[in-house]
Design a protein around this ligand. Structure first.
Ligand SMILES: Nc1nc(=O)c2c([nH]1)NC[C@@H]1CN(c3ccc(C(=O)N[C@@H](CCC(=O)O)C(=O)O)cc3)C=[N+]21
Ligand SMILES: [Mg+2]
Length: 293
């Protein structure tokens, strides 16, 4: 019995329509157009695709965007100077420094330099702190996108055992925070590549979030029959395996065991972009006098 498809494209489209209406109302009231500055360093082809998707989504939502590209050889000082300029520019509300960065640059130092009120990724320690205290300024894009998908698919979290597979700063850890938050009330286990009996731990999950960055890693024997499985993976397969995009989930096999399942592409990815739009409006509201903080 195949799993129920959780359609990220459809959920993201409805979410983006709501953001578009809120942006229009904000701009109408304040005369301010929210603006996202995207910073890209080097020639990473995946980054170029994602940043282009984000800019297109901005335009469709009435949000301005600009692309700030530095060469692969850029120094950390060059990048920090650019971030400082964007921090100081009142016309820029959101700043997104597309990861990964080239090896000569310390990602943590750069992400720490983004003004907390413009940190639409929710990567800055201040914003991660607010998130962990249950009073988030911004929703971490991918984890909040996952929560929207669970809600849209009417997957209950309050009574659920949730297992997060992966402990990254971008997904795993903030994902656990959102599932634990009052209102979501899940009972959360975070596991990772060093977890013993990983398959047994994953099989305990009613809600299983795969975010480890390894193509088709989550196999059917790791899924409790009927569980909801959310695939955060965005792995580019080598041409020898047919190329294209694969998730962290072995989709065809898990599809026969799970109760609900997100596809890759068409699942979490579009939601990540949609939440980024919401965060950019939030940033504009926070930085526009007279708007509720
Ligand atoms: N500062 C920063 N913030 C990020 O949020 C961030 C980042 N760096 N670096 C890379 C990852 C990856 N990421 C994706 C966003 C959208 C799709 C997306 O739209 N995916 C489409 C398919 C797109 C395609 O065709 O490749 C889908 O899954 O349906 C994927 C991946 C955000 N990231
Ligand atoms: Mg690096």
């Amino acid at each position: 019995m195949p799993a129920r498809l959780i359609d990220g494209k459809q959920t993201a489209a409805a979410y983006r329509e709501r953001v578009k209406a809120d942006v229009a109302a904000f701009t109408q009231k304040t005369g301010v157009t929210p603006h996202l500055a995207a910073v890209v360093v080097g020639e990473n082809p995946a980054s170029a695709v994602y940043v282009r998707n984000k800019q297109r989504a901005c335009e469709q939502a009435g949000i301005g965007s600009s692309l700030h590209a530095l060469p692969e050889s850029a120094s950390q000082a060059d990048l920090l100077a650019l971030v400082q300029d964007l921090n100081a520019d009142p016309a820029v509300h959101g700043i997104l420094v597309q990861l990964p960065l080239p090896g000569q640059i310390d990602e943590r130092a750069v992400l720490d330099a983004v003004a907390p009120l413009k940190d639409v990724d929710c990567f800055h320690p201040e914003n991660v702190g607010l998130l962990s205290q249950g009073r988030p300024r911004f929703a971490p894009c991918t984890p909040a996108g996952v929560m929207e998908l669970l809600a849209a698919a009417e997957v209950p979290t309050a009574s659920a055992r949730a297992v997060v597979l992966g402990r990254s700063e971008i997904v795993g850890k903030p994902m656990a925070m959102l599932l634990l938050a009052r209102g979501a009330d899940a009972t959360v286990t975070v596991c990772h590549s060093r977890t013993a009996d990983l398959a047994a731990v994953c099989r305990e999950a009613d809600v299983l979030i795969a975010a480890i960055g390894r193509a088709k890693f989550l196999t059917a024997d790791m899924v409790k029959p009927g569980a909801a499985v959310i695939d955060v993976g965005i792995n580019r397969l080598p041409d020898s395996e047919g190329g294209g995009l694969a998730g962290d989930v072995d989709y065809d096999a898990v599809n026969e065991v799970a109760g609900a399942l997100t596809p890759v592409p068409g699942g979490v990815g579009p939601m990540t972009v949609a939440v980024l739009l919401r965060n950019t409006l939030t940033a504009a509201e926070l930085q526009t006098a007279g708007e509720p903080g």
